[in-house]
Design a binder for this molecule. Structure first.
Ligand code: SF4
Length: 476
């Protein structure tokens, strides 16, 4: 009885399956809804992105001045209503919180906005580094809980796949909570500490350099060892007799490499460890690590397995360099053909500097990926598959917080978006656990009607703008 009386003073939020009872002056479990004087209110203001072109910012015209409407559904110069702060449609039988019409160059456009509750979601993280962070498929943890795994590396970057329904709901409660928290922080552009089983400790934040085992990564490699030789062979040839570019993927040896041969370089007789792939290109010269070129090497000379006295000669000039130009060493062979350290010549110093100059800053990129092909569609249309078909036919544009998305081919509406393009704090969560992400669908009124949209719930943008909205400036 006491419990019932207590509950009676509270109001019930029905915006997600948790169905919180919220006392006066308090917020629900997700901190997004609160009880203000007996009324359920949304704590984040509805957000409008003003697509004004800021003075002085360069833009590239897509079409000439005489061009007609280009079919761009979203990126016009107009206030764009995002789903941030819009609220959800749960339990999904009702129309989306905002279905607004707006005149865009004489075309009546409809934008349907809702905050989706995504159980099937995660992030793909791209970490620009050569350093070994862990084996492919190794488990990635946050606060000791498994939240994802290492994926196949990309060119110059290591990749993580974090989140997903198995970690959110398929494991223990703690695993789900930690997964949801890591995803939320990453999507809201905050730093997250992660560890990889038998690998590195990482600090990852969208748009910031990765921190690997406490060391801030500065540069993304210019290319693999073979590519580096291709790029710089001509600059090295007049100044050096051999260059070994140390790289965990492909270590390059200039005079054996096709580039060295075509430049008429004399074979230097310096053999490196590892498995020869093609001339001058070696795999597996060392173990992966956080040393030179993503190997475990700290002393580059350990790479040399043999110096052939029939080919090498005293005074031979040898440059060893990593693929970022951050590590280098220069040697002259003595009379016994033993490499002796020597000061780098100005010409070679310039070439090493140029490698580093050609490396881009190392960054972390975070792409949110979620499936909007389920019941969320009911907030847009009575005939859910109609929305899917309209998206696939490119009649409906899908954005997240006003940012362009990539919609995967195949079934459903599986979207991917760079969180850096989204406004601050665009993501929320519910304790089920799941991530709450803004999603907007934009199309012409005619197409909205054709896909079975809730046309009777359309409101004009002007009316919505009079409400308590947060306005963000964005480049057009
Ligand atoms: S957790 Fe769910 S039910 Fe509770 S306040 Fe948040 S949206 Fe409402």
């Amino acid at each position: 009885m006491a419990d019932d009386a207590n509950r009676a003073e509270k109001i019930r939020c029905d915006a997600c399956p948790v169905m919180c009872y919220i006392a006066e002056g308090r917020a629900g479990a997700c901190d997004r809804y609160a009880n203000r004087a007996g009324e359920l209110v949304r704590l984040d203001a509805l957000t409008i992105v003003e697509r004004t072109i800021e003075a002085g910012k360069a833009t590239v015209p897509f079409l000439g001045n005489d061009a007609t409407w280009d079919g761009d559904l979203v990126l016009a110069k107009r206030p764009f209503l995002t789903a941030i702060g819009a609220g959800t449609t749960y339990p999904d039988y009702k129309p989306a919180p905002f279905i607004v019409s707006q005149d865009v160059d004489g075309v009546d456009m409809i934008t349907v906005v809702t905050e989706g509750i995504f159980s099937y979601c995660g992030v793909k993280v791209k970490i620009d580094t050569d350093r070994h962070i862990g084996e492919e498929r190794a488990i990635v943890r946050a606060n000791g809980e498994a939240v994802g795994h290492v994926m196949t590396a990309e060119y110059g970057s290591k990749m993580l796949s974090l989140g997903g329904v198995d970690h959110l709901t398929g494991g223990s409660k703690t695993e789900g909570r930690e997964t949801c928290n890591a995803l939320l922080c990453l999507c809201n552009k905050e730093a997250v500490e992660l560890t990889v089983d038998d690998g590195a400790a990482l600090v990852v934040q969208a748009g910031r350099p990765p921190i690997i085992n406490g060391q801030v990564e500065q540069l993304m490699r210019v290319g693999c060892g073979s590519a580096t030789i291709g790029m710089f062979a001509m600059q090295w040839q007049p100044h050096v007799d051999e260059v070994i570019v140390v790289d965990d993927h492909i270590t390059g040896v200039l005079t054996e490499h096709e580039a060295g041969k075509q430049l008429g370089m004399r074979p230097a007789g310096i053999r490196v460890r590892g498995r020869r792939s093609t001339p001058g290109r070696y795999f597996q010269v060392a173990e992966p690590g956080t040393g030179w070129g993503g190997t475990d090497i700290e002393d580059p000379l350990v790479l040399i397995s043999k110096i052939d006295p029939k080919a090498a000669w005293p005074g031979l000039r040898l440059l060893m360099v990593s693929t970022t130009g951050e590590q280098w060493a220069y040697f002259l062979l003595d009379d016994d053909l033993v490499p002796q350290p020597a000061p780098l010549t100005p010409a070679l110093e310039a070439s090493v500097t140029r490698i580093a100059e050609n490396c881009e800053p190392a960054l972390c990129s975070v792409l949110f990926m979620g499936g909007a092909g389920g019941s969320l569609r009911s907030g847009v249309t009575e005939n859910p598959v109609g929305l899917t078909k309209s998206v696939k036919a490119a009649l409906t544009a899908v954005t997240c917080g006003g940012a362009e998305t990539y919609v995967w081919p195949g079934g459903g509406i599986t979207v991917m978006v760079d969180v850096l393009n989204m406004p601050e704090n665009a993501f929320g969560y519910v304790p089920t656990p799941a991530l709450v992400a803004p999603i907007e669908f934009t199309m012409t009124r005619q197409d909205y009607g054709a896909l079975g949209g809730h046309v009777e719930h359309i409101r004009s943008i002007g009316g919505v703008l009079e409400e308590n909205v947060r306005t963000l400036k964005s480049r057009g």
